[in-house]
Structure formats: C-alpha cells, structure tokens
Design a protein around this ligand. Structure first.
Ligand SMILES: NC(=O)c1ccc[n+]([C@@H]2O[C@H](COP(=O)([O-])OP(=O)(O)OC[C@H]3O[C@@H](n4cnc5c(N)ncnc54)[C@H](O)[C@@H]3O)[C@@H](O)[C@H]2O)c1
Length: 259
C-alpha cells in the first residue's frame, strides 16, 4: 500500500527472529521493502520463520547466541558481507526466565535472564552501532516491556532486566547525539504469545486457567495485543517517518500503563 510507511532499500537485522514478535516484525519489515538479516539461537525455528516470509523477501538467516560476543561479531560480519550495511537493528531476543517469587529464585536463573535480556542487548548495540555511526544514519529499536516500567509479581528478575533495557536505550541515545543514529525501545504489554502464557501459567501452577476477563481487566483496550501491533511500531521507528524520535520508550500495551 502506498500510504503506508515504506522501508525500501533498508537492511534490517532482527534478533529473536524465530519468536512470536520477532517473526511478525521481520515479516512486516520485509513487506514494507526491507531486506532482512534474521538472527536466533534456534536454528530450525529460524529457518521456518524465514521460509514463511513473502516469496519476494531477500533474507539471510544466521543462527547465533546473542550472549556470546564472538557470535554477535560474526552475525554483524555476515550481515555486512551479504548486504554491505545495517540500517535498522531490531534488538529483540529475550527470555522470561523462571516465574517465581524472589525468595525462591535460583541465582543461576537470575544470571541467565540478565545475560540474554541485558548483555545480549548491550552486545548487539556494541557491535552494530559502529556500522551505523560510520554512515551517521540508522535506527536501533530494543525490545523492553511494560515490565520495564512497572513492577510485576513473580517476574521481578525479568522486570529488572527490562528496566535495564530502557536505561541502556536512553543512555545510548545520548551517546549518539549529533549523529543521524536514533535509539529507541518498544515496551509491549500483554501480547497474545507463548511468553505471556508461560508467565500466566507460572503464576498459578496446578490451578485452573485464569479467565481472560481477569487477565485483561486492567487493560483499557480490554483485549490482548497482537505481535503485529508491536511490529507496526517497530516499522515506524525503523522508518524515516520517525526522524525526530530518539531515546523514547514506546508502550504498545492497550493503555495498561496509563493509570
Ligand atoms: N510476548 C509478550 O507478551 C512480550 C511482552 C513484552 C515484551 N516482550 C519481549 O519481546 C521479545 C520477544 O518476545 P516473544 O514474545 O516473541 O518471545 P519468544 O520466546 O516467542 O521469542 C524470543 C526469541 O528469542 C530467541 N532467543 C532467546 N535467547 C536467545 C539467545 N541467547 N540468543 C539468540 N536468540 C535467543 C528465542 O529462541 C526466541 O525465538 C522479548 O525480548 C520479550 O521479553 C514480550
């Protein structure tokens, strides 16, 4: 559609590309004209996700663990070898970790959540930003969460990691002052997804499923969000339409954090 945001000619690198939000987003970016570098730790699901893109899409799949600096450096190298640059970086891979109160939370699980959600986001920016700063243009979009804005029981560690993503985003946006590189994050709310189900089920082990009305009770939109609705905001932030947007944390939460 001609009246929609277009990303023709842009190279977009998406991490967590095999997941619900990553796949929906890389599909939308491809539909809007971007060429895609898809990164995920899970090789099989990553291949399936890339195979599900429109036939016209030009996409490279790279299996990599975002917590390993050599693998991050490798995915950046592979992207440059194939496409020559990176214009859009959707730094999205993340895990929910264990769903437990802090008093029961295993230390190694705490470290793992920080490793993927914070170190992974840090390493991505550390290695992608030099590419963008060379041309003084580019858009980084990190995935935080509304759990990065408010507290939430049984996911304190996840919440801490997403608060860190927002802090990284705002600080790095300032480090990019005076360049054409913009750094923002998205804060999805209750998105219809495996991760949300895992959190809801984890809070009520062994009990009957929580009715949907209770889950969306505090969401003014009175429904779950769809991954495609997160993708729309990422496509906007990726585009030149967002040329004056940097250092922002965009909620995509049906109003959940408005009160
Ligand atoms: N689903 C939600 O309701 C929701 C809400 C707010 C924020 N988020 C955030 O959105 C992002 C995507 O979530 P999702 O719902 O698509 O989850 P998902 O589990 O479907 O996808 C996450 C993807 O990240 C990949 N990944 C995990 N660890 C990795 C690693 N070390 N290296 C490379 N890839 C790795 C997984 O293989 C998976 O494909 C996450 O950062 C999540 O925290 C999700």
């Amino acid at each position: 559609m001609t009246d929609r945001i277009r990303l023709d000619g842009k190279i977009a690198l998406v991490t967590g590309a095999a997941g619900v939000i990553g796949t929906a987003t890389m599909r939308l970016l491809a539909e809007r004209g971007a060429r895609i570098v898809a990164v995920d730790r899970q090789e099989g699901p990553l291949k399936d996700a890339v195979a599900s893109l429109p036939a016209s899409a030009d996409a490279l799949a790279i299996a990599a663990d975002v917590t390993q600096e050599d693998e991050v450096a490798d995915y950046v190298r592979a992207a440059l070898a194939k496409f020559g640059t990176i214009d859009v970086f959707y730094n999205n891979a993340g895990i929910e970790g264990e769903i437990k109160p802090i008093t029961d939370y295993p230390l190694e699980s705490f470290r793992r959540v920080l490793d993927v959600n914070v170190i992974g986001v840090f390493l991505g920016m550390k290695h992608v930003l030099p590419v963008m700063l060379k041309t003084n243009s580019g858009s980084v979009i990190n995935t935080a969460s509304i759990a990065g804005l408010i507290g939430s029981p049984a996911i304190a560690v996840y919440s801490a990691s997403k608060h860190a993503v927002i802090g990284l985003t705002k600080s790095v946006a300032q480090e990019c002052s005076g360049t054409g590189v913009r750094v923002n994050c998205v804060c999805p709310g209750l998105i219809d997804s495996r991760m949300l189900s895992a959190i809801i089920d984890g809070r009520k082990p062994g009990n009957a499923p929580t009715p949907m009305e209770r889950i969306v009770d505090r969401v003014p939109a009175r429904r779950l969000g769809q991954a495609t609705e997160v993708a729309s905001i990422v496509a906007f932030l990726a585009s030149d339409e967002a040329s004056y947007v940097s250092g922002s944390a965009y909620t995509v939460d049906g109003g959940r954090t408005s009160a």
